[in-house]
Design a protein around this ligand. Structure first.
Ligand code: GLN
Length: 512
């Protein structure tokens, strides 16, 4: 079998046993990228040379019998918001075009220490703001199952590259669904760990109280493997939790016994596509056939989740993105042109004798900030900065931001109550299969509403996973969303894997 057809776990076995070496495996993925990424657009940059060099080094070390890391020789793709020393890290934004961080994000350092082969940087919505990857400043990523459709987002490049067999594993980030939703729409497995499980150090921040890094893979078993490498305490991220990382890949084969699954009544209402509902209900029947019991629950505050999220996330974003001023990092406006423009304005106003307007003319520094930010940020990012600035401003803070925080607490309480009765909550990950490129881009509200099943997880700080559970009549993947109490990643992975042992949705691949 070609290495691109294997799961990460299988490929690692072949690498270990010497059936294949890392250079051969890496070449096979690079070839797949070369053949298909022009039509998919999953990668912003492919580091063929660096990847092959690294693969060669690992092969050499293996030959010499050196001890190797857990992902030794395995190609891995990373979302373009993970700082990587000396590598362009753009967040798919013009404002960070050509920014090369002087250090590695902790997860990148972990991947390197595990001897993974970093093959490229994946496309995303600018600063992870979006759900379709159409908000990238550089390119649109297409869904490998139907290239007229979105791959989901914001980790759309990471999801598409795994779905299209261009990488066995990819890393993404999830602030309100950005790993789980694209995984669902691309027919792969994607997990958002509990807040604090994975270090955010070196992750370019969108909304710091919601952001979490996680794995995208073909199977839950592969996701477990990658999570083991990503997770762990990091003194450089004060929100990362000091708890041992379980060996997820060791326990994954143990099915969950006496599993109690909860279905949230409110998830099966208005807006849910009939085929998605049917696939999710069928998936729940599979669990029942495996011995699970199912109970219906109510999570009454879920209906406010999108509203609360779209106050909290933009508020944090407006603060986090204040640092992009054209001075510290990335793009600065053309200062010569700006000074010439300012001078021309000054002359024109002087000729008119308009001294009041002259007095109000920008300070050049302020104008430089404004121009750099106007040119550097895309429309959605600007919208979020304005929404957040508004929600945090004096007079509105209590009405919006503080109220959203109260809702956030109520949502967490809904989960706490639910998890007194059930072990996992199951439901749809997105209301419909992948929609057409361009379909929602001019309608931010309908884009935001598409996040209704995923944002609560982040607001509550818990973990969730999306696994393939069906296909639409048109052949598009449908994802099942599982959520668990905090730090129950093991339960999520075992629960996902027991489903994958009983079904073969995760084995299907798009024909490219
Ligand atoms: N779609 C959501 C948003 O636009 C979630 C994004 C994310 O998780 N990064 O904010």
């Amino acid at each position: 079998m070609s290495p691109i057809e294997l799961t990460a776990t299988q490929l690692l076995d072949e690498l270990r046993s010497g059936l294949i070496n890392s250079v051969e495996a890496t070449r096979a993925f690079l070839q797949q990228i070369g053949q298909h990424d022009e039509s998919i657009g999953a990668f912003l940059r492919v580091d063929s040379e660096g990847a092959l060099d690294r693969a060669e080094l690992i092969d050499r070390r293996r030959k010499q019998g050196e001890p190797l890391g857990r992902l030794a020789g395995l190609p891995v793709a990373v979302k373009d918001l993970l700082s990587t020393r000396g590598e362009p890290t753009s967040c798919a934004s013009r404002i960070l075009e050509n920014f090369r961080p002087p250090y590695d994000a902790t997860v990148v350092a972990n991947l390197k220490a595990a001897d993974a082969v970093l093959i490229g940087r994946t496309n995303m919505d600018e600063f992870a703001m979006g759900g379709s990857t159409e908000n990238s400043a550089f390119q649109t990523t297409r869904n490998p199952w139907d290239t007229s459709r979105i791959p989901g987002g914001s980790s759309g490049g990471s999801a598409a590259c795994v779905a299209a067999s261009m990488a066995p594993l990819a890393v993404g980030s999830d602030t309100g669904g950005s790993i789980r939703q694209p995984a669902g729409l691309c027919g792969i497995t994607g997990m958002k760990p509990t807040y604090g499980r994975v270090s955010r150090w070196g992750l370019v921040a969108f909304a710091s109280s919601l952001d979490q890094i996680g794995p995208l893979a073909r199977t839950a078993e592969d996701a477990a493997l990658l999570l083991e490498v990503l997770a762990g305490h990091d003194p450089r991220d004060s929100t990362s939790i000091d708890r041992p990382v379980p060996e997820y890949s060791k326990t994954i084969g143990k099915p969950l016994e006496n599993l109690r699954i909860g279905l949230v009544r409110e998830h099966f209402g208005e807006g849910l596509d009939a085929e998605v509902e049917a696939a999710v209900r069928e998936a729940v029947r599979v669990y029942e056939s495996l011995g699970a019991t199912v109970r219906e629950l109510s999570m009454p505050h879920g209906k406010y989740a999108v509203a609360a999220y779209y106050i909290i996330a933009p508020s944090e974003a407006s603060s986090n993105l204040a640092r992009y001023d054209g001075v510290h990092y990335g793009r600065r406006t053309d200062e010569a042109a700006m000074m010439a423009e300012l001078e021309a304005e000054r002359k024109a106003l002087a000729a008119l004798g308009d001294t009041a307007a002259l007095d109000e003319l920008d300070d050049p520094l302020v104008r430089m900030y404004r121009r750099s930010r106007s040119e550097g940020f895309g429309a959605e990012v600007k919208r979020r900065i304005m929404l957040g600035t508004y929600a945090l401003s004096a007079g509105y803070y209590d009405a919006y931001y503080k109220k959203a925080l109260k809702v956030r607490r109520l949502i967490r309480q809904d989960f706490d109550r639910a998890f007194e009765q059930v072990d996992l909550i199951a439901g749809p990950v997105a209301p419909t299969p992948a929609y057409k490129i361009g379909e929602k881009i001019d309608d931010p509200l309908s884009m935001y509403l598409f996040d209704l099943y995923t944002v609560s997880t982040n607001l509550a700080g818990i973990g969730g996973i999306s696994i393939p559970c069906g296909q639409s009549g048109g052949g598009l993947p449908i994802g099942l969303h599982l959520q668990a109490p905090p730090f129950e990643e093991e339960r999520l992975l075992r629960g996902a894997w027991m489903f994958q042992q009983a079904t073969d949705w995760h084995r299907r691949r798009p024909s490219l």
